[in-house]
Design a protein around this ligand. Structure first.
Ligand SMILES: [Zn+2]
Length: 472
């Protein structure tokens, strides 16, 4: 009898647990669907609608009105800030989670499904933002709701800021909040699930972003008087630009390492095999083995981690088939290694092209051309905090046993640039697993595996709790 009671008691607990898990999954699903179906593109969308929808979710879950606000510079670029209160009287500064609500433009005719419909098929969720990054926005909101439902009290406040204009537009929400309402998001450090992530295909890793490269565009321009093409002269705008680009093709910026990329290659060398593993070890010695550097540079991913890269991305010139070109121009896109500025790279390009007929100008985010790039350098990597690292390692070991946890330097830029520059160390951590072949952020048919999404939600919930569980 006792035995039977024990069994049914255990079964009841199990049933209650799986019912709770099913309801948490349903919440995470419904929030995700709602977010995908609110168009937040810069052209026709509104982050305010998405911000308000997420605010309402939190209010419905019992968050006090005073702790959930929607604010922005205009009615289309709203940001949502929610505060989850920690232990009363805690001396610890809050942890901030940032996530952008806006998405890259998507055209219906390019996609197999409607990018602004949440389509569930073949084990995937499809829609613009399913990878970048409404999945993580929905996961963060779901974690807030789940923790509150169970009455969890963290050791410090947790702030969630869902923001506008990371992908485009002129009203970057993180920047705006730091300038206008810093008190709302003041924190000891920040988590930004827009970077980092889990790779389930080989090599299996849980990567977290600890630093990132600096983005820069440059206009390379040549102008000529032009003339009739029946009387050509050697001085030709198209040749000037073409020669500059040919020089760029052959050029490689010097090899560099920092604390993050050193640790990255150290860990990667354990996963890789053969020549590639040996090369990764050989570039860590002083001085690094130049042959190893050269071989690893053939791989686009390793190359991007080893140096500043610049590449031609756009080209135009001439105005008629039978006229000498009056003008030719190219766009050169650079991803700058931390420690160097946009202006420094502009001067290096000028030196490399070595052509007084060319001008090299910096092109700002808004398209404006200037004769001088910013002197601001990409931030040096923040220290790898023990609390963040230990929480990440322990939860990752539970959810993805055998995966290597390693720091990465993202070749792209995220909103962490604003928080980092404001003195808030920022770490890119996400638990959503995406195969390397399935990187479709910004592309057509963006999608995420259903099970990877739910596991990502479980990860963030557990990670946040591990990070903020009061000790003693
Ligand atoms: Zn993003």
């Amino acid at each position: 009898m006792k035995y039977r009671i024990g069994l049914s008691g255990a079964a009841a607990v199990l049933m209650a647990l799986s019912a709770a898990a099913a309801s948490d999954d349903k919440t995470a699903h419904d929030i995700f669907k709602q977010l995908i179906e609110i168009n937040t593109t810069d052209s026709v969308g509104s982050t305010t609608l998405a911000a308000q929808a997420m605010a309402q979710r939190l209010l419905d879950a019992g968050f006090p009105k005073a702790d959930v606000v929607v604010l922005g510079p205009n009615d289309r670029k709203g940001n949502m800030i929610a505060r989850y209160h920690g232990k009363p009287g805690s001396k610890l500064k809050p942890v901030l989670i940032i996530g952008h609500l806006d998405v890259v433009e998507a055209k219906r005719e390019d996609w197999s499904t409607d990018p602004f419909q949440f389509v569930e098929k073949d084990g995937y969720f499809y829609g613009r933002g399913t990878q970048d990054m409404k999945d993580s926005d929905a996961i963060a909101v779901s974690a807030f709701i789940r923790m509150r439902k169970e009455g969890y009290v963290p050791d410090r406040d947790i702030i969630l800021a869902l923001t506008a204009d990371e992908e485009g537009g002129k009203s970057n929400g993180v920047d705006w909040l730091l300038k206008n309402h810093r008190e709302l998001i003041e924190a000891e450090f920040a988590l930004n699930p827009d970077a980092g992530g889990v790779r389930p295909d080989k090599p299996q890793i849980v990567g977290f972003e600890a630093t990132e490269k600096l983005y820069a565009d440059y206009q390379v321009l040549a102008t000529n008087p032009g003339g009739h093409s029946s009387l050509p002269i050697p001085d030709n705008a198209i040749y000037h630009v073409a020669n500059a680009l040919a020089a760029l093709q052959k050029w490689a910026f010097p090899f560099e390492l920092n604390t993050v990329t050193r640790e990255y290659f150290t860990q990667m060398a354990k996963i890789e095999t053969g020549q590639s593993a040996a090369d990764m070890r050989a570039i860590l010695t002083t001085p690094p083995d130049p042959k190893a550097v050269e071989r690893l540079s053939q791989d686009a991913h390793s190359n991007a981690v080893m140096r500043t890269t610049c590449v031609a991305t756009m080209l135009s010139g001439g105005h008629a088939t039978n006229a000498l070109p009056g003008r030719a121009e190219a766009n050169v896109n650079c991803r700058i290694f931390p420690g160097h500025s946009q202006e420094e790279i502009r001067l290096q390009l000028i030196k490399l092209f070595n052509d007084p007929k060319l001008t090299v100008r910096y092109r700002g985010d808004n398209g404006e051309l200037t004769d001088h790039g910013s002197d601001r350098k990409a931030m040096a990597p923040p220290p790898l905090r023990d609390d963040v690292m230990n929480s990440l390692r322990s939860v990752a070991a539970k959810l993805w046993p055998g995966y290597v946890v390693l720091p990465i330097m993202e070749p792209g830029a995220s909103d962490s640039i604003y928080t980092m520059n404001a003195g808030i160390p920022s770490y890119g951590i996400s638990g959503v697993a995406i195969e390397r072949s399935d990187d479709k952020a910004h592309g057509r048919d963006e999608r995420v595996r259903m099970d990877a999404y739910y596991k990502g939600a479980e990860f963030y919930y557990q990670f946040l709790k591990a990070l903020t569980t009061p000790t003693g």
